[in-house]
Design a protein around this ligand. Structure first.
Ligand code: ARG
Length: 461
């Protein structure tokens, strides 16, 4: 265990902290990720303190210069964050003292780590929203490109994982683009409640010093200031909202992962993965596994877990700040990093996936995928849909009993079920025609899919 450094507190203590307690309570191993944000918040705070005459302008300027230098050192990898600091706030304070001397001790005026840590986490979340939104956009672009490259391919669409109706592969892929768009919207919406300035709440009660919170908010690009100092240090709704949005995103990505796993099987045989993004088996020499899809499918469990963990940590906490809340960062960082990696890796895999177009006719050959088209054919000729449904059901059973496909039935056989059938009926059993005959808005018809592709291309430009 490392020797601990000076703390931001201790005046009233007559004993050293027990080393294991020190180790247990420290958070630097997690919150070092907030370094940039802690410094940015501190710069705004120091400027405000100088402007309001709470500390001398010269000290304010010295502090800002020191902090700015720390940002540079951090970017250059020359600020070695000391793992013996209690937390990132202590580390920033002590590094600043080393750089500029005693003036640094005026920075932590009218501020507590309680409002400070909430600010830092909000700045982190704001950046995470921007980065995750960009990663979502990129995955959408890859999906749209992939869809456009296979705009003609028809596959069996599934419900209950049973072959249901023919659909365009592009239509299936664009479903994910829609899902991801809602994810992005949820992230953007969460930003409204991330961008609220908690700083100036102090520990919980505000301060007797004449600070200017609106100035700090403006400098940090927050449109709003938390209106109640107790709420300001207690509130982690912004983190919960971010993690909720990420949990839903995770569920979406896990479904994409599952489709990827299925499509890459020999049984489905729709997708061929590039060697660069597939993995092998240590025992079976022939194996080529879709591990990325599986890891992404599983990772949703991790993100949902982080959301559940944070909800559980916060549940029943008395107002205002409680140290329990230190665990919030583990949950937020874990969920954000996992989500980001999943988005990036899926885009990478899909950029290098190939549709096994030569296999598609076989997938469409052997079943009654177009039975619904036959029922709609009867509806066009005046049948009630419920009657047509029952009738075509009997046709399907008849064909099945004889080991025939629907399209192998003769018109004479069909006419035994209904006089409404004529030879144009059999044409409805072609999967490509089935797709082409779709008329409704948002359907899998080539015209609707082309319209969707054009709309997405424009929006994603
Ligand atoms: N490391 C703490 C956290 O993450 C910072 C706030 C600590 N405040 C306190 N009064 N001990 O929540």
């Amino acid at each position: 265990r490392m020797a601990m450094k000076k703390k931001l507190w201790g005046g009233r203590f007559s004993k050293r902290t027990d080393p294991f307690v020190e180790h247990y309570t420290s958070s630097i191993g997690v919150d070092y990720r907030l370094a940039r944000h802690d410094v940015a918040g501190s710069i705004a705070h120091a400027k405000m303190l100088g402007r309001c005459g709470i500390i001398p302008q010269a000290d304010s300027r010295r502090i800002v210069r020191g902090l700015t230098r720390m940002l540079r050192l951090l970017a250059q990898g020359r600020w070695q964050i000391d793992p013996a600091s209690e937390d990132i706030h202590t580390e920033v304070q002590q590094t600043l003292e080393r750089l500029i001397g005693p003036a640094a001790r005026k920075l932590h005026t009218a501020r507590s780590r309680n409002d400070q840590v909430s600010l830092d986490l909000r700045l982190y979340c704001r950046e995470a929203v921007a980065e995750l939104s960009a990663a979502i956009r990129e995955l959408q672009r890859v999906l749209v490109r992939f869809a456009a490259a296979h705009r003609k391919a028809v596959i069996p669409g599934y419900t209950h994982l049973q072959r249901a109706q023919p659909v365009l592969l592009a239509h299936h892929l664009l479903a994910y683009v829609e899902m991801l768009e809602r994810d992005r919207e949820r992230l953007q919406d969460a930003r409204k409640r991330i961008d609220i300035l908690p700083l100036g709440a102090g520990a919980l009660a505000g301060t007797s010093l004449a600070i200017d919170r609106r100035f700090v908010a403006k400098r940090l690009g927050f449109p709003r200031v938390a209106e109640n100092s107790i709420d300001a240090v207690s509130d982690r709704d912004f983190a919960l909202e971010l993690l909720s949005a990420l949990a839903i995103l995770g569920v979406h990505l896990s479904r994409l992962g599952e489709d990827g796993v299925l499509w890459a099987t020999e049984e489905f045989g729709i997708l061929a993965l590039d060697d660069a993004v597939a993995t092998g088996s240590s025992l079976m020499p022939q194996k080529k596994n879709p591990d990325v899809f599986e890891l992404v499918r599983g990772q949703a469990g991790i993100v949902i877990g982080e959301l559940t963990a944070l909800l559980t940590v916060l549940k029943g906490l008395p107002l205002s700040y409680n140290r329990d809340m230190q665990w919030d960062k583990r949950c937020v960082f874990g969920a954000v990093e996992a989500s980001h990696d999943a988005l990036v890796v899926l885009a990478q895999v899909l950029r290098h996936a190939r549709v096994r177009t030569e296999r598609l006719p076989a997938l469409l050959a052997s079943d009654a995928l177009c039975a619904t088209d036959l029922a709609e054919y009867l509806v066009e000729r005046g049948a009630a849909f419920a009657d047509a449904h029952g009738l075509v059901g009997r046709v399907v059973a008849y064909a099945e009993q004889r080991g025939k496909r629907l399209r192998d039935l003769s018109v004479e056989e069909l006419r035994r079920f209904s006089g409404r059938f004529d030879r144009t009926a059999l044409a409805r059993l072609d999967p490509a025609r089935s797709v082409e005959r779709k008329r409704s808005l948002g359907s899998t018809s080539p015209a609707e899919v082309a319209r969707a592709l054009a709309r997405w291309r424009k929006r994603l430009r």
